[in-house]
Design a protein around this ligand. Structure first.
Ligand code: NAD
Length: 458
């Protein structure tokens, strides 16, 4: 994509936004409906593209990508009329008689930059918020998942208003070029390094940003937990998308009394899910690229592997792997793993696990498996994370009522449901007064009497 195409596309979108076309609720509802229709009518095309890019089976693609987006759009359509209503607030005595309210207005033309791990939903789920809020949007899918990027570029323009939306494909040069332009909001999903580049570029135009990042999401397992259920839920959350999920449990901190039981249970569940040889399972995805696969061979060198460990770079295959008690300073414990390798660290007491997490950057998700309310309270009081899920993993993502976003190093801002609408809206305060009753108390000359009255009417 040439730079002149980027500037002409942006100019077209800006003209559309300025014309007011995107503001009426009817237009927004229609675009949301079109997103749903595109997901439904092209389920096979998207599933094929996702299979080529990530070896994802159709069930998983539908569940975590197309249905996720469809549900998000449906939910927005159902609630949009309410969301768009102004909220009345109190008007202080000083400004009486008067009316005050907060009403959402669209921000303008927004940019959505997406990563490769959920290459469809990370473009389209934020798009739902942008559309609901009445914006125009440029979407930039990840170049690493090129088939899904091409499918989005071919399909979305056939459904969405072409005056208001555009998919721009490409890699670093195109993203860099986009970031030089002025947008009214940028939502970036990806890694911390590029997030800094995005934020620096946004700073030049004072553009607000939402940064959806990753990190090492820990999973604490107490001896009171139901270990069989915990193992099933953690195995599912860890190995869907072959561990390439931003909120996947990164590592486990398990109480010594139940550590062996947990390791045996999760190993059994891996075999139940994917058979003795996961490479033969149609349900087990591949790593996005050979470069990303090779990283796992390095990360696993010298580790105590309890299960799995096989890496085939040419096939982009990494076996579901359980590593026992890796050294704290190795790559597995310092980098976001972002793949199907689960380190299991044994702790003598749960407060050691709490300290372990507290000493590290705030994660995107925090998982705790326990029946103890005391431990639950201790974890919630002591630890910060983008989201917390107690006694399950990843499943909280299905709720459009819960905002999704990080804190500290795991990101800033949030979306899904109302929160996506809010992110892409300016919540504009309006105070309206009439011309009658123009009390002179606030006008000079200031007197003692006025000062006393002022205290009373505040
Ligand atoms: P990626 O390499 O696909 O990069 C993301 C986007 O940034 C792409 O569109 C790419 O073109 C662009 N980009 C890359 N380098 C750039 C540069 N130098 N300048 C400008 N743009 C550039 O994806 P990734 O970053 O490897 O994604 C994985 C990360 O994303 C993980 O850390 C994961 O946890 C995180 N993630 C977070 C969420 C969330 O919602 N919080 C969701 C998915 C993934």
């Amino acid at each position: 994509m040439s730079s002149s195409t980027i500037t002409t596309t942006l100019a077209r979108l800006r003209q559309t936004f300025d014309s007011g076309k995107t503001r009426p609720i009817e237009w927004r509802l229609k675009q949301l409906e079109e997103i749903e229709r595109a997901m439904r009518e092209h389920e096979s095309d998207f599933a094929d593209a996702l299979h080529k890019d990530l070896g994802k089976c159709r069930f998983e693609s539908v569940m975590t990508e197309m249905s996720f987006v469809e549900e998000e759009a449906k939910y927005a359509r159902k609630h949009l009329r309410n969301w768009m209503k102004p909220t009345r607030v109190r008007t202080p005595m000083m400004a009486q008689p008067g009316r005050s309210y907060i009403e959402p207005e669209p921000k303008g033309v927004v940019l959505i930059i997406a990563p490769w791990n959920y290459p469809l939903s990370m473009v389209c789920a934020p798009l739902v918020g942008a559309v609901a809020a009445g914006n125009c949007a440029i979407m930039k899918p990840s170049e690493i998942t090129s088939h899904t990027s091409a499918a989005l570029a071919a399909i979305l323009p056939r459904y969405l208003d072409p005056d208001a939306f555009a998919v721009i494909e490409g890699g670093v040069p195109e993203t860099t070029e986009l970031l030089e332009q002025q947008f009214d909001h940028i939502l970036y999903t990806g890694n911390e390094r590029v997030a800094r580049i995005v934020m620096t570029a946004a700073a030049k135009h004072l553009t607000p940003v939402t940064l959806e990042l990753g990190g090492k999401s820990p999973c604490l397992i107490d001896k009171s937990a139901d270990i069989e259920v915990a193992a099933s839920r953690i195995a599912w959350g860890k190995f869907i998308n072959a561990g390439q999920t931003c909120v996947a449990p990164d590592h486990v901190l398990v109480h010594r009394d139940v550590a062996t039981q947990f390791v045996e249970a999760i190993t059994r569940r891996i075999k139940d899910f994917y058979g003795e040889d996961a490479e033969q399972s149609p349900d087990y995805p591949r790593i996005a690229s050979e470069r990303h696969t090779a990283r796992f061979a390095d990360l696993l060198k010298g580790q105590k592997i309890h299960h799995g460990g096989r890496v085939d770079v040419a096939k982009r295959f990494v076996e579901p792997t359980i590593v026992l008690d890796p050294p704290k300073d190795c790559g597995l414990m310092t980098e976001e793993i972002f793949g199907p390798v689960l380190p299991v660290i044994t702790v003598d007491e749960m407060h050691h696990a709490i300290k372990f997490v507290a000493d590290r950057p705030k994660p995107l998700a925090l998982y705790l498996f326990t029946k103890s309310k005391v431990l639950e309270d201790a974890v919630l009081n002591r630890l910060s994370a983008g989201s917390v899920c107690i006694n399950d993993a990843v499943i909280f993502m299905v709720s459009p009522e819960l905002p999704f976003g990080g804190v500290g190093n795991s990101g800033m801002g949030r979306y899904t449901g109302w929160y996506g609408f809010e992110t892409f809206s300016h919540m504009r305060p309006v105070m309206k007064r009439g011309f009658r009753l123009d009390a002179p108390i606030r006008y000079p000359p200031y007197t003692e009497k006025k000062a006393k009255l002022m205290k009373l009417v505040r």
